[in-house]
Design a protein around this ligand. Structure first.
Ligand code: KIV
Ligand code: ZN
Length: 512
C-alpha cells in the first residue's frame, strides 16, 4: 500500500521556547535548526518574529541558512506581526507565515474582547496580508479544542477561501482526549467546504498527557501535518513530542496510512542538543529518548532480549540514534580534527579567534577527561559562544572547602562589567556556599526555582552539566554550566542565569 506523506512541523524554536526559561540565543537556535534539517523535518517554526528584534534576527538567520526545510514564523493576526514575519522569512528557500487568532468563546470574550464576526473578519484580513509575502500561509484557530464547531467551520471556510494552504487545529490548553480529537478532524473535513484543498494539521498540548495520542488520532482521521517539539518541550506541560509521533508512525506502519521522511537516527542527538541548550533535562523513563528507554532491568527481560531482541523491544536503539554520541576526539587530536568534528556537528564558530579559544578549552578538558564525546563538544562550544556583551558577570576563579565536621565554604573571584571582586561565603554545602558568595557581590534579589545536575556522558570523569533556574519580577531564566568539577559547573550555571537576567526583558509571548 502506498503511503501518504505526514509532514513534520517542528516548533521547538517557537512553542518550545515559550517554556519557562527556555529562551535561546541566535547561535543556539541556528545549531538546533541545523540539527532539525539534518533530521529532515519538513517545516521549522523558527520563532515569533514580532516578539523582539533578536527573535526577528534569529528567524532571518535560520531562513538564510536552512535549505532543506520550510522556514516559518508565527504571527498574531495583525498587520505589524505579519509584516515582521514576512520580512523575517524572506531569505528562505521556502518560507511560511503562520498566523492565528483565538476562536473559543472564552478567548474571544476574555482575551480578545471581540465578537465572533470580528474574529472571522480579522482572520481573513490576516491571511490576505500574509499572502503578500508568501503563498505558503498557515492559519490556526487558537483554542480550537474548546471552540464551537459550527463557528469553527465558518472560520475555516473563510480562511480557505482567502487562500491558506494549511489549517492547523490547535488544542491550545490540552483539553481533549483522542476519540474526541479524532472525531473533530473527521467532522471538520466532512463539513468545511474545500477541505480537500488544504493540508490539515494538528497542534496538541500535553496538559492531560494526551498530546501524542491526540495527534495520532488526528492523523488517523486525515491530519497530514503534525506540529510537535523535540522532547515534547513547550508551554506548560509541553507539546506533542516529535520523537514519539515519528516512532509511533514508523513502528506501527500496519496502522498508519502515512510515513514521514525523518532520519530517525538523528533523534537522540537532537534530543540531547535541545536538552543541553535549554537546560530542560529529559526524564530517564521518557519514551524513545530517555536514558532507560532501551535499558532492561529485570533478569527475565534481559534474558529474553539476549535470546531474541524482539521479545521485549519494539524499536532498535540504534534506529533512533542511541549510539550516535560517538567517542569523538582525544588528547592527541589536532586543531583540524577539532574543526572538522565541529562542522560535522553543525557547529560554526564565528571567527578563528573563537575557534582557537574553543580548541584551548578542548585541550584543557582532554587533560582531565580521556575521552571526549559529541555531547562534551556541544557543552564546551555553548560556553565559548557566549558573546562578551552577554557576559556582564564572569567567574574568574574559585576555591571550595568541604570537610567532615567543618562548615563548607566558597571563595570566588567574579568579574562584574570588567571589574574583579573577591567574595567568600559559607553554606549548608559547597553549592549553597557558592551561590551565597555570588549573591554577596551581585545582590540580584532573584529566587532559585530549580537546581539540577546531570552527567553529560558516562564514567566518573564525566562532565557535570548543571541547570539553575532563577526568577525575578515575573521573569524566569535558565542558566547552564558544565565542568568536570560539579561545584565549578554550578557556579558557571548560576552566573549564566544572572547574565540572562541582566540582559533585560524577554520577548513578548504571542499567546498572551
Ligand atoms: O497552542 C497554540 O494554540 C499555539 C498556536 C499559536 C498555534 O501554539
Ligand atoms: Zn501551542
Amino acid at each position: 500500500m502506498s503511503k501518504e506523506a505526514l509532514l513534520i512541523f517542528d516548533t521547538t524554536l517557537r512553542d518550545g521556547e515559550q517554556s519557562p526559561g527556555a529562551a535561546m540565543t541566535r547561535e543556539e537556535k541556528l545549531r538546533i535548526a541545523r540539527q532539525l534539517e539534518r533530521m529532515r523535518v519538513d517545516i521549522i517554526e523558527a520563532g515569533f518574529a514580532a516578539a523582539s528584534p533578536g527573535d526577528f534576527e534569529s528567524i532571518r538567520a535560520i531562513a538564510e541558512t536552512i535549505k532543506d526545510a520550510t522556514v516559518c514564523s508565527l504571527s498574531r493576526a495583525n498587520e505589524n506581526d505579519i509584516r515582521r514575519a514576512g520580512e523575517a522569512i524572506k531569505p528562505a528557500a521556502r518560507g511560511r507565515v503562520h498566523t492565528f487568532i483565538a476562536t473559543s468563546p472564552i478567548h474571544m470574550q476574555m482575551k480578545l474582547r471581540m465578537e465572533p464576526e470580528q474574529v472571522i473578519e480579522q482572520a481573513v484580513k490576516a491571511v490576505n496580508w500574509a499572502r503578500q509575502y508568501t503563498d505558503d500561509v498557515e492559519f490556526s484557530p487558537e483554542d480550537a479544542g474548546r471552540s464551537d464547531i459550527d463557528f469553527l467551520c465558518r472560520v475555516l471556510e473563510a480562511v480557505i477561501n482567502a487562500g491558506v494552504k494549511t489549517v492547523n487545529i490547535a488544542d491550545t490548553v490540552g483539553y481533549n482526549i483522542p476519540v474526541i480529537w479524532g472525531e473533530l478532524f473527521k467532522t471538520l473535513r466532512e463539513r468545511v467546504p474545500n477541505a480537500d484543498k488544504v493540508v490539515w494539521s494538528t497542534h496538541c498540548h500535553n496538559d492531560l498527557g494526551l498530546a501524542v495520542a491526540n495527534s495520532l488520532a488526528a492523523v488517523l482521521n486525515g491530519a497530514r501535518q503534525v506540529e510537535c517539539t523535540i522532547n515534547g518541550l513547550g508551554e506548560r506541560a509541553g507539546n506533542a513530542s516529535l520523537e514519539e509521533i515519528v516512532m509511533a508512525v514508523k513502528t506501527r506502519k500496519d496502522l498508519f496510512p502515512v510515513e514521514t521522511r525523518i532520519d530517525t537516527t538523528q533523534i537522540v542527538p537532537a534530543s540531547r542538543l535541545v536538552s543541553q541548550i535549554t537546560g530542560y533535562v529529559v526524564q530517564p523513563n521518557k519514551a524513545v529518548v530517555g536514558a532507560n528507554a532501551f535499558a532492561h532491568e529485570s533478569g527475565i527481560h534481559q534474558d529474553g532480549v539476549l535470546k531474541h531482541r524482539e521479545t521485549y523491544e519494539i524499536m532498535r536503539a540504534e534506529d533512533v540514534g542511541w549510539n550516535a554520541n560517538k567517542l569523538t576526539l582525544g588528547k592527541l587530536s589536532g586543531r583540524n580534527a577539532f574543526r572538522t568534528k565541529l562542522a560535522e556537528l553543525g557547529i560554526k564558530l564565528d571567527s578563528e579567534e573563537v575557534l582557537n579559544a574553543a580548541f584551548a578549552k578542548f585541550k584543557e578538558l582532554a587533560d582531565k577527561k580521556r575521552e571526549i564525546f559529541d555531547d562534551d563538544l556541544h557543552a564546551l562550544v555553548s560556553e565559548e559562544m557566549i558573546t562578551p556583551e552577554a557576559e556582564h558577570y564572569k567567574l574568574v576563579s574559585s576555591k571550595f572547602h568541604s570537610e567532615t565536621g567543618e562548615v563548607p565554604s566558597a571563595e570566588l573571584t567574579l568579574s562584574l562589567g570588567g571589574a574583579e571582586n573577591h567574595t567568600k561565603a559559607t553554606g549548608s554545602g559547597p553549592v549553597d556556599a557558592t551561590f551565597r558568595a555570588i549573591e554577596k557581590v551581585v545582590g540580584s534579589g532573584s529566587s532559585l526555582l530549580l537546581y539540577s545536575v546531570n552527567a553529560i556522558t558516562t564514567g566518573t570523569d564525566a562532565q557535570g552539566e548543571v541547570t539553575v533556574r532563577l526568577s525575578k519580577d515575573g521573569r524566569i531564566v535558565n542558566g547552564q554550566g558544565s565542568d568536570t568539577d560539579i561545584i565549578v559547573a554550578s557556579a558557571k550555571a548560576y552566573v549564566n542565569a544572572l547574565n540572562k537576567l541582566y540582559a533585560g526583558p524577554e520577548r513578548v509571548n504571542p499567546q498572551l
